[in-house]
Design a protein around this ligand. Structure first.
Ligand SMILES: [Zn+2]
Length: 394
């Protein structure tokens, strides 16, 4: 078979990132940068006078890609292939050499081999970058933009906030953040980080838990839950900057952050926000930080550590790693931490193999066992939690 010299192989991450640029989520960047622009952005951190933390380039790794990029010339049309399917094409404008090490350092602040994500990105990178007009088939983002426009029109939204969540797992403080955010804006966009690697807690179950909360407990005509294609560009030290750029381009005027937002670390120094937030202000989006919330057993409710006068020995923290540790052990967390229906969904997802055993127990201890047609593991956990709350014999 003849070797095809017009095929460029890219992965899903690259495809989604190209779509983000094309559809305006990375404005001022809307297309791939050429060599001159790359040098400019490297030097200044600015593109067309606006903040952009690193060059937006396409430099896919692999032997076949290398051969194609070494021989292609201006005006050639290359087909873009992702997972063995043709997903678009690019017209070569320029092909130029990049410094892989510098590139990785720019995104992650390090190129150490022990940094997992940096290492992954390094593997995906080749030495040659290509720029030029491209077309791709990836319409999710366009659809999201339409959904946002539609909702904004429906509710006549004047102020739109964005909240970026991982929801690993989705707990009571997240609920509080959403409610309090909705108090202060006309419309809320929740961007749920959608990873490109398998996650302990799947994206689907995280989406489902938040959707459950939104459908039952808030004015759902004013809140939209959307995936945030969490590609490598969000991976490193520039996460927050990129989050701000994407939120603004989705139409938000305010970006809400919990104090333990992963990207925020670089911005804190001795509990003071340091100057890099100035960078964010240049993106023209308001950044609002939420205080830390805890459960206080004296106040018997969720409180901000700024307002509750009881000492920290009365406080239960919402530490996602601790809650995940409970889930890993198969233990249902107390409902002050996580709503029981949500815990049930998470446990059912983490331990699918338990289902038969749970069904037998459920039939023996649950009062509602008889009325369920098709048993789901969630029914067991929900029923058990109800029994824990029954205290008539104590
Ligand atoms: Zn208190």
């Amino acid at each position: 078979m003849k070797t095809q010299n017009n095929l460029l192989y890219i992965d899903k991450e690259a495809l989604a990132t190209l779509a983000m640029a094309r559809d305006g989520l990375l404005k001022p960047v809307t297309s791939l940068m050429n060599r001159q622009e790359t040098i400019e952005v490297n030097k200044t951190g600015l593109f067309k006078g606006e903040i952009f933390p690193f060059p937006f380039i396409l430099a896919p790794s692999g032997k076949r890609n290398k051969q194609v990029l070494e021989t292609a010339i201006k005006g050639d049309i290359l087909k873009l292939i992702c997972n063995n399917e043709e997903v678009g094409m690019i017209t070569v404008d320029e092909i130029f050499t990049i410094n892989k090490d510098d590139r990785v350092k720019q995104i992650y602040g390090t190129n150490s081999e022990s940094h997992l994500e940096a290492n992954d990105t390094a593997k995906r990178l080749g030495n040659l970058a290509i720029c030029g007009e491209y077309t791709i088939e990836f319409n999710d983002i366009k659809e999201h933009i339409q959904q946002i426009d539609q909702m904004a029109t429906n509710v006549e939204a004047k102020s739109i906030s964005a909240l970026i969540l991982s929801g690993k797992p989705f707990h009571r403080v997240h609920e509080r953040l959403i409610r309090s955010a909705m108090d202060k804006c006309d419309m809320l966009i929740i961007l749920l980080k959608k990873p490109y690697k398998d996650d302990e807690l799947s994206y689907d179950v995280r989406f489902k838990t938040i959707e459950f909360f939104l459908e039952r407990f808030v004015a759902k005509d004013r809140v939209l839950l959307l995936p945030l294609e969490n590609t490598y560009i969000f991976g490193g030290v520039n996460e927050l900057t990129l989050n701000a750029i994407v939120s603004k381009n989705y139409g938000a005027d305010t970006l809400l952050l919990g104090q333990n937002h992963t990207g925020l670390g670089a911005y804190w120094d001795h509990n003071q926000l340091i100057s890099r937030v100035d960078t964010l202000e240049k993106i023209h989006i308001r950044i609002k930080l939420f205080n830390e919330f805890v459960y206080c057993n004296k106040c018997t409710t969720l409180v901000s550590t700024n307002t509750c006068s009881h000492g920290s020995h009365h406080h239960v923290k919402y530490d996602k790693d601790t809650i995940m540790e409970l889930f890993r052990l198969g233990i249902i967390p107390p409902s002050i931490l996580i709503r029981k229906e949500i815990s049930s969904m998470v446990l059912a997802d983490l331990f699918p193999e338990r289902k038969e055993k749970l069904e037998r127990i459920h039939q023996n201890i649950s009062t509602s066992a008889g009325v369920i047609d098709v048993f789901k593991s969630e029914d067991f956990y929900d029923g058990l939690m109800d029994l824990y709350h029954t205290s008539s014999l104590t």
